[in-house]
Design a binder for this molecule. Structure first.
Ligand code: 4AD
Ligand code: MG
Length: 483
């Protein structure tokens, strides 16, 4: 019954003018008892359905409220009105689902993003969120296309794991043990996890990297693309407790190759969006420009959304070492005028104010920072040779993007067994439990490298949305798990 409908995106191309078509969608507005703006999510543009006077009874017309769903058949005709090239002259009209206009939360007016966040179950029906989530879809598709075209194998790494890949300890526990205090304890008072479902303590993964490395040691080139979980209590516009990450892992790649891959990847995704989703990008560009106008002049962004995206695909990313980055910060007038909240010195884990200064004020383009102090990075990163004592660095690379800060984190991996074991011991990581990981270094170890791109941060970058909660359908953040 339903599969003979035509999508509005297709109808608006105008190729079916003169034909009888079937449309289904939701009412956005109904004006003058004559014009229904219908949207079916295939495009941000609505189809104007014209209801000629006297054809339909008042009872039906009264039910054409914002949010109601309907089926219309009629002839597609060239439109005389402004704002559209075609319209549908309704012949039959069937309300599929009523929507009580008194109760429907989305009125035909502009709602704040904060309000819509609380109505996340309905916000896909707004122009802004429809554009954002069509773009999110497109980017997800482009990710698979990029790696597939390069011959990478998509590896599904586990969601439940017993290891803490990042060593950050910010994990959600997975257990079936009772929470009422009756779980069996060991002699020292700790929980006896041998009684738990997996017979050991388990958690949701923070990263698929370690398992990705296992795959790379056989396929050479693999990537993961899946949800990851972090129980960090960060209430910012860039942190989620549940987010998606893309993690390529490549054998025979060094840090340089890793950076080249990451840069090409990001540029490919942006180019793909510009080739396939220009209509949505133009809508979001205009939305952002409007939002910027509300800000004081000195806080406005220098470039429009599309302008910014073009600059990123047309220019090489800046590449600097961590040591150079610290030097730039120390020499900045920003630092001298004491405008940074956090101190700057070699060895610090740069705060987002520092990263943003580098990309937004100093370089005004994406920056890849390399060779961070070993002390602030994960155990698996390759120790650089010939470091001064106390100033050991690792072959790490973070990509910082304007308006976002860190969008990629990656490194060349430590492929030398003794060095890796020494580092793990120093960081109190139990070698016995990680024996499977160390096997890759025992049997045919090779130089390899990889990185993680935060998918939502990438979607934020492409859509210009300021808050990460607005680029994932249902955000999970501290004290918030609705829907
Ligand atoms: O820098 P991170 O922690 O790196 C890793 O997890 C490595 N294992 C990746 C690898 O080398 N395979 O995270 C990678 C990226 C960050 O740069 C950021 O874009 C994103 O993941 N990210 C988050 N995005 C949203 N919410 C959070 N809480 C995030 N934490 C990290
Ligand atoms: Mg990181």
């Amino acid at each position: 019954m339903f599969n003979n409908r035509t999508k509005i995106k297709q109808l608006l191309t105008g190729t079916q003018v003169g034909q009888e078509v079937i449309v289904m969608g939701w009412v956005r507005t109904f004006r003058n008892n004559q014009f229904i703006a219908v949207n079916d999510g295939s495009t941000n543009n609505n189809l104007q359905v014209v209801v000629e006077l006297g054809i339909f009874d008042d009872e039906t017309l009264k039910r054409l409220t914002t949010g109601a769903s309907l089926k219309v058949t009629g002839e597609l005709i060239a439109s005389l009105g402004k704002g559209q090239t075609v319209e549908l002259k309704a012949k039959t009209l069937e309300i599929l689902g009523d929507s009580d206009s008194e109760k429907y939360p989305l009125q035909p007016k502009k709602h704040s993003l904060e309000f819509l966040r609380e109505k996340a179950h309905l916000r896909f029906r707004t122009n802004t969120f429809a554009a954002v989530f069509r773009l999110r879809h497109s980017l997800a598709y482009a990710i698979h296309k990029f790696y597939n075209d390069k011959g990478f194998v998509y590896l599904h790494t586990p969601i439940i794991t017993a290891s803490d890949a990042e060593g950050a300890g910010e994990m959600f526990r997975v257990t079936t043990l009772p929470m009422d205090g009756t779980a069996q304890k060991n002699e020292d008072g700790t929980i006896n996890y041998t009684e738990d479902f997996f017979g050991k303590s388990t958690n949701l993964t923070v990263s698929g990297q370690l398992e990705g490395e296992l795959g790379a040691m056989a396929f050479s080139d693999v990537y993961t693309f899946g949800p990851t979980f972090r129980a960090e209590n960060s209430n910012t516009t860039r942190h989620l407790a549940e987010f998606w990450m893309i993690e390529p892992e490549v054998a025979f790649n060094d840090l340089e190759d890793n950076m080249d891959l990451a840069e090409a990847f990001i540029q490919y995704l942006i180019r793909y969006a510009m080739e396939h989703n220009m209509e949505d990008l133009e809508f979001l560009d205009a939305r952002l420009a409007e939002e910027e106008k509300q800000k004081p002049i000195n806080e406005r962004q220098e470039f429009g959304l599309i302008e910014k995206l073009k600059m990123v695909v047309d220019n090489k990313f800046e590449r600097i070492t961590y040591t150079e980055a610290i030097q730039i910060l120390l020499e900045s007038s920003h630092y001298k005028k004491k405008k940074f909240k956090y101190d700057v010195a070699w060895g610090i884990d740069m705060q987002s104010e520092h990263e943003r200064y580098l990309v937004e004020k100093h370089f005004k383009k994406p920056v890849i920072v390399t060779n961070y102090p070993a002390a602030i990075k994960a155990f698996y990163m390759r120790l650089n040779d010939g470091c001064e004592a106390g100033k050991e660095t690792v072959a790490a690379m973070d990509i910082l993007a304007p308006g976002i800060g860190e969008i990629v984190g990656g490194s060349q991996r430590e492929e030398r067994l003794e060095k890796l074991e020494a580092r793990m011991e120093a960081m109190h990581i139990p070698l016995e439990e990680m024996s499977w990981y160390l096997d890759t270094r025992r049997f045919g170890s090779v130089p390899h490298a990889g990185f993680g791109l935060g998918f939502e941060r990438m979607v934020q970058f492409v859509t210009g949305m300021g808050n990460i909660r607005d680029v994932i359908p249902f955000a999970r953040t501290p004290k918030n798990c609705e829907f």
